[in-house]
Unconditional design. Structure first.
Length: 766
């Protein structure tokens, strides 16, 4: 295709995404009429159908759809047939409306949501349009509560709908292979368009089997204890170090107050925080995040069903309606905090209201009711309150350090890194609860609404919206990171999932989440459960109610992965229990030798610190055993490029230990300044989507990783498929030749040697 045609196609598709339909028509019509352009002509025709429909030229859209139904490509025929059906119905409704002198606008097949949403204040002033008649009808729910519903009713065959996605996902040179799969696939993405199956909801459904909430409640109590213990130990450490410094300094005496046990006072403070957390969080979110009240009328404009779900569920349980709040964020998030059901707050972002459909918003609000009903929101509110204060300190120190130059910048950088480490440690106390509670809330939301398919769509759209926000801002915003623990979808798990749809179906991507037998081991340090695992459970609920599912995730199929690979993957951590075994064998040997008066090492085995030495030595041995497989030599002949990334993501049997050598080209995005001194926010924006990057700095390098942010780079490293796909960097290279090395193998060697030396020292000296 000529370069001018390619640029016109790109400009036309971008204009379509931005809502400039006349510009899009002007750009796309010449390309669509020129059959010599081949694939580009089909792309332009698909875009024209959307532009015509959006601009009200429905007859032209119908005529073009009729031409596309005769295409030689079966997926084009399928798309055109479905679009033609929606357009014809729309034309008929419009005709009937004119006859009855009622105006009706909107095309149900398209969603107008954009990640670059306006601020909440502006959105609240302008009343959004009501959803189209057909969409509203499809979102109706039974007026009866779930407990009164009996026999399930099998719904009609679902229809496909279409939404637009981000303009940078639209590639003018993409081939028709973008139509992944065969006819009847639940969804695919082509030319920047996602096809949703729009699977139906249950019109009548039986309540699900009652779950045992005891594990969730015990875990909530354990989370509070873990939070208390971590804060206490950090406080004791600071108090002890302070007094040690005061002792060593001349003319100063240690503070006797710092020798006291802080346990009673700290416990009292945490209990008080539980009581005042709703109001303190109101103040924090209002002053630093722009939180404002959200009236029921405004929410009703976006989702009538959400208001009905809130009112009905609260009435059934004897609750007051939760206080509704809104954040002026383009990223679609929602969270709930409080300490009692009657003072609970449900906070939604402007982006979620704009990017989700009526029934999808309702299911997401229903998940928040689940958190209130299960009482897990009480502990999570305290965790959020504590972590927000620490994160706010980290942000202020980072911004202060960015304005400092010279030698004083290093102490501030170290301080910011320490504060960030404290934030990560405190957040880590609630990771297990954060994951488990989402399974419970998903289940209750499906039972409240009878619409597990809408919740599936909502979860995927939230991931798409979060990834779109990160791409637009070219970094992970501090609001998104600090609130991530309470959001329904995690920011890191959204990166690849939210941007891969133009190259890979959602089912293929999520198959790892649903089938890999070791998948849950890789969520230990994740704040959210695997989306594929959650969707698989929602699909099981849909099948239980005799519904077709939004995604076809195979739940019965078992996947075999080599056990040796997994054992090698966890070799360093497997060394810990083996270390205990090793210590036991040594202790038994010493006891026998001492009893036989063969060897007297009582002075060693009576000092139980030798067990720590055994653990460190075993950890070191496991690290060394894994190293060659974890960091194999990168050979040019075996390096995978951007085109291979979708197939790597689609392999459900992959493990991080597979260490696929890759060389990808794209833009390096992430936060600037001290707030990214640990390289915690490094992301590659490639032609196939976003990929998380892991980088370890090496002292003495003339080029810093932050110097390359915002530039086109080539990343060479090891791709790893885990709960969050990532790349361990070997080198980052710019187009001008600047290179940064990330010595992962060297640091692993240093860690192994240090652990070995420390363990041997403890083992020999006690």
């Amino acid at each position: 295709m000529p370069s001018h045609a390619e640029s016109s196609l790109e400009a036309g598709l971008v204009a379509l995404k931005q809502g400039n339909y006349q510009t899009a028509i002007t750009q796309l019509e010449p390309i669509a009429s020129n059959q010599e352009n081949g694939t580009a002509s089909l792309q332009a025709q698909v875009g024209l159908v959307m532009a015509y429909a959006r601009s009200g030229e429905v007859p032209k859209a119908i005529a073009l759809c009729q031409n596309l139904t005769g295409s030689n490509h079966p997926q084009v025929q399928e798309w055109a047939t479905r679009a033609l059906e929606h357009l014809t119905k729309r034309k008929q409704r419009s005709k009937e409306s004119k006859e009855s002198k009622n105006s009706e606008t909107g095309f149900i097949a398209f969603d107008n949501s954009r990640p670059d949403s306006p601020p909440a204040s502006a959105a609240l002033k302008e009343k959004p349009k009501d959803p189209p008649a057909e969409e509203t009808q499809s979102h109706k729910i039974s007026p009866l509560p779930p407990s009164s519903l009996k026999a399930p009713v099998v719904p009609e065959k679902p229809k496909e709908t279409i939404i637009e996605t981000k303009s940078h996902d639209i590639s003018p040179t993409a081939s028709l292979n973008g139509f992944m799969g065969s006819v009847g696939r639940t969804q695919a993405k082509l030319f920047g368009v996602i096809y949703w199956r729009q699977a139906k909801r249950a019109k009548a459904w039986q309540p699900l089997r009652k779950l045992n909430l005891m594990p969730l409640r015990l875990l909530a109590a354990g989370t509070f204890i873990a939070l208390f213990w971590v804060i206490r130990e950090m406080l004791k450490l600071v108090m002890g170090l302070t007094n040690q410094i005061l002792v060593k300094l001349p003319f100063l005496e240690p503070l006797q107050l710092l020798y006291r046990d802080p346990t009673p006072l700290l416990l009292l403070i945490l209990v008080i925080l539980v009581g005042v957390s709703p109001w303190l969080l109101d103040w924090l979110l209002a002053n630093f995040y722009g939180q404002r009240q959200l009236s029921k009328d405004v929410l009703n404009n976006y989702s009538r069903e959400a208001v009905r779900v809130l009112q009905r569920s609260c009435q059934q349980r004897g609750w007051q309606l939760p206080k509704l709040r809104i954040l002026p964020m383009a990223a679609p998030i929602i969270l709930t905090y409080g300490n009692l059901p009657h003072n609970a707050r449900i906070v939604v972002s402007q982006g979620l209201l704009e990017q989700l459909a009526d029934d999808e918003i309702a299911t997401i609000y229903a998940t928040q009711l689940g958190h209130i009903a299960h009482w897990d929101f009480v502990v999570m509110s305290v965790v959020l309150l504590v972590t927000l204060m620490i994160y706010g300190l980290y942000q202020q120190v980072s911004e202060w350090g960015n304005n400092i130059s010279g030698i004083w910048r290093w102490p501030v950088t170290i301080l910011a890194s320490l504060v960030y480490g404290v934030w990560c440690l405190l957040t880590g106390t609630a990771l297990w609860l954060s994951r488990l509670r989402l399974y419970y809330s998903d289940r209750l939301a499906a039972e409240i609404t009878g619409n597990p398919n809408a919740l599936i769509r909502a979860l995927i759209k939230i991931a798409i919206g979060i990834a779109a926000d990160i791409e637009k801002q070219e970094h992970t915003s501090w609001q998104l990171e600090s609130l991530n623990l309470l959001t329904p979808v995690g920011q890191q798990q959204s990166l690849s999932l939210g941007t891969i749809a133009s190259h890979l179906s959602f089912e293929s991507f999520l198959m790892w989440d649903a089938l890999n037998p070791y998948r849950r081991w890789f969520t230990i340090n994740n704040s959210h459960p695997l989306i594929g695992d959650r969707i698989k459970r929602l699909c099981q609920i849909a099948r239980h109610w005799h519904l077709e599912t939004e995604l076809n995730l195979i739940s019965e199929q078992s996947l075999k992965v080599k056990r040796q690979s997994f054992l090698l993957q966890i070799a360093p951590w497997l060394g810990i229990p083996l270390g205990f075994l090793f210590a036991g064998v040594i202790w038994l040997t010493w006891q026998i030798a001492f009893a036989l008066k063969f060897l007297n090492l009582k002075w060693i085995y009576e000092d139980w610190s030798f067990i720590t030495g055994c653990l460190l030595i075993s950890f070191s041995i496991g690290t060394v055993m894994r190293m060659n497989s974890f960091f194999p030599d990168i050979k040019p002949a075996t390096v995978q490029t951007d085109d291979c990334l979708p197939s790597l993501l689609a392999d459900p049997s992959a493990l991080p230990i597979d260490s696929i050598s890759v060389c990808l080209v794209g833009k390096l995005i992430g936060r600037q300044g001290i707030s990214n001194c640990l390289a915690q926010d490094l992301i590659l924006q490639s032609s196939t989507g976003l990929v998380k990057l892991h980088h370890i700095s090496w002292l003495g390098q003339s080029v810093n990783h932050q110097d390359l942010i915002g530039r086109q780079i080539t990343v060479t490293g090891w791709f790893r498929r885990g709960a969050t796909p990532w790349i361990d960097i070997q080198t980052l290279q710019t187009q001008s030749g600047k290179t940064i090395n990330s010595p992962h193998p060297i640091w692993s060697t240093v860690l192994a040697v240090a652990a070995q030396a420390w363990g041997a020292y403890i083992f020999l000296t006690g």
